[in-house]
Design a protein around this ligand. Structure first.
Ligand SMILES: Cc1cc2nc3c(=O)[nH]c(=O)nc-3n(C[C@H](O)[C@H](O)[C@H](O)COP(=O)(O)OP(=O)(O)OC[C@H]3O[C@@H](n4cnc5c(N)ncnc54)[C@H](O)[C@@H]3O)c2cc1C
Length: 540
């Protein structure tokens, strides 16, 4: 079985490798902007990382091998290391030898939903923790191999649950096994002229089960909705047995229990199948770029589009800081000329707005575009080239994270959401908290932000922070900034719009859902997972 490459984002896809490097001028620019003294800190080779011996009791190993076959219970060092943690900044730091990297005692790879149910049941009987593992792209510690009070912990890898179970084109439904990765889902649906329309930035590697477990939101959420809007049904392997939910497009049969599985982050059961709503694949697509003067003016445009019901399928507004960073790191800011042109057009704080439209026919697309453009107002139109440029790089930005870490940067992202009336305040509060906590020792952080998911009532804010890494205490530097940002968010917005809770946001969950909410979640967990083996130390 493949080992996940946690080091080089270009390893996600061979075609992506080219986007993983930094352009030549980038470290010079970073030095000038942030005070970086470039260093060379490549990833510690995995062979240098401490990996304890597997503590999986021999009896449990035999029981698991009887269920999935001995070849699918992996205890070798490389296999366990390959499924140790996800892709958060802290995970990446641990790969560089800073901080702890919890390594599972084994990786179990069941072949179908029934085997998953049996593995879950066996682990529950023997008090062994289970970390459900989809694409391993969690950025909040969701797949950290924490064992809590359990004797051992195994990663339950869903890679072999990779099948399209059925398609119902009449009802526009498809049933997938949970380990199907997003591009494979799209490929299988394309054979039926259909699309799911879920394109998060982690698209190349994340799974449908992972999307459901984390309430994921893709770049085309304005057109297709968030992942929870797409889920019609789920099949969940719990220690209490198999649980299937979702039998009709709507129901008044009590609370919607599917929502217990969606966003449950592997604590209530392992999702083995997901029934999703699908759509005809669009025949026409068009992306265009615009520049607005300042974030506030751009946010007003996006609000008008959202409340006017004319958002593009993709609608994404970068603030001036993100516009600068994105164009510099992509090597695209042919600066002087573009800045001069924008200044001549009265733009002093360029904020890039990208809008993408889709349609079954060209006329449908153009009708949508016209409706949007009526509300875009004074924005400077950069045209299709700028839009296509964004589309080309839509999944590649994060791949540069490793290259940035190699030269000594701390690179972290966080996301939140709030109502339109509080959006400006929330952006300011988070910016201020990050700048305050990270401006130390001559380091000058860049805090960049964008809106990429908009609703009638509000929008998400996604922050990217770049700052020279504190080489003496890189984890402490991250922890202080995370705490400052999270405390700034509490009371103004949600602690997470789509990355989920995992480990990193768990301390702030109660402030969002109340202590009673936490008790309710714990009661549900106690009912479904009485021995508490599912994903220890996450969510609640
Ligand atoms: C570069 C990058 C960009 C990203 N961009 C986005 C984005 O645009 N939008 C977005 O929503 N997210 C984004 N993410 C976050 C992440 O990709 C999502 O949370 C995604 O939904 C995780 O899917 P996965 O298959 O990788 O799940 P994993 O990382 O494997 O798991 C995530 C959580 O779900 C649990 N889990 C996984 N599969 C199952 C299952 N079958 N049953 C029960 N529990 C399960 C895990 O235990 C864990 O708690 C990004 C991450 C990275 C690294």
């Amino acid at each position: 079985m493949d080992h996940l490459d946690h080091r080089v984002r270009g390893g996600w896809t061979p075609s992506g490798a080219a986007d993983a490097a930094l352009p030549a001028h980038a470290s010079r620019w970073l030095s000038a902007r942030t005070g970086l003294t470039p260093v060379d800190t490549p990833v510690a080779p995995d062979s240098g990382l401490p990996v304890p011996e597997s503590g999986l009791p021999a009896l449990v190993r035999t029981v698991l091998a009887d269920i999935v076959g001995a070849a699918h219970v992996l205890v070798e060092r490389e296999d366990r290391l390959g499924r140790a943690g996800g892709l958060s900044y802290v995970d990446l730091l641990a790969r560089r030898g800073a901080g702890e990297l919890p390594v599972p005692d084994a990786v179990v790879v069941p072949g179908d939903p029934d085997e998953v149910r049996e593995v879950v049941s066996a682990c529950a009987s023997h008090g062994v923790g289970i970390v459900p593992f989809g694409g391993g792209t969690s950025v909040v510690g969701g797949v950290s191999a924490l064992r809590g009070d359990k004797v051992a912990v195994v990663v339950l890898d869903l890679a072999r649950l990779d099948k399209l179970v059925s398609v119902d084109p009449v009802s526009r439904l498809a049933v997938f096994q949970a380990g199907v990765v997003a591009p494979e889902a799209e490929r299988m649906l394309a054979a039926h002229g259909l699309t799911l329309g879920h394109f998060p930035q982690s698209y190349e590697r994340a799974t449908l089960g992972g999307f459901a477990a984390t309430r994921s939101s893709g770049q085309a959420s304005a057109g297709y909705g968030r992942f929870e809007d797409m889920v019609e049904g789920v099949r969940l392997a719990t220690p209490r047995g198999d649980w299937r939910l979702g039998v009709s497009p709507a129901s008044a049969a009590g609370p919607d229990l599917r929502q217990l599985a969606i966003g449950s982050e592997g604590l209530f059961g392992v999702i083995t199948e997901v029934t999703v709503r699908v759509r005809p694949a669009p025949a026409w697509e068009r992306y265009e770029g615009f520049v607005v003067d300042g974030f506030a003016a751009g946010a007003e445009i996006v609000r008008a589009l959202a409340q006017g019901g004319v958002l593009g399928t993709v609608t994404r507004l970068s603030d001036p800081q993100e516009t600068e960073v994105a164009l510099t790191l992509s090597g695209g800011w042919k600066s002087a000329a573009v800045r001069g042109y924008l200044r001549a057009r009265g733009i002093t704080e360029p904020s890039l707005l990208v809008i993408g439209w889709e349609g079954a026919t060209k006329d449908e697309l153009l009708t949508r575009r016209r409706a949007t453009l009526r509300l875009v107002g004074e924005a400077v139109r950069l045209g299709v080239r700028a839009g296509e440029r964004w589309r080309h790089g839509r999944f590649s930005g994060p791949r540069q994270r490793d290259a940035l870490m190699d030269v000594g940067m701390c690179v972290e992202t966080l996301e939140t959401a709030t109502y339109w009336s509080k959006l400006g305040d929330l952006r300011e509060a988070v910016r201020e908290a990050l700048l305050r906590s990270l401006t130390t020792g001559g380091r000058r952080p860049i805090v960049a932000c964008h809106i990429s998911h908009s609703y009638e009532t509000g929008a998400s804010l996604y922050f990217t922070t770049l700052v020279p890494r504190d080489t003496d205490d890189p984890v402490g530097q991250w922890r202080r900034a995370k705490q400052a940002a999270s405390e700034a968010i509490v009371g103004l917005g949600t602690i997470t719009h789509h990355h989920a809770v995992g480990v990193d946001h768990a301390p702030y969950l109660a402030s969002e859902i109340g202590p009673l909410g936490v008790d309710v979640l714990r009661a549900i967990k106690a009912e479904l997972d009485p021995s508490g083996v599912l994903n220890p130390e996450k969510l609640v």
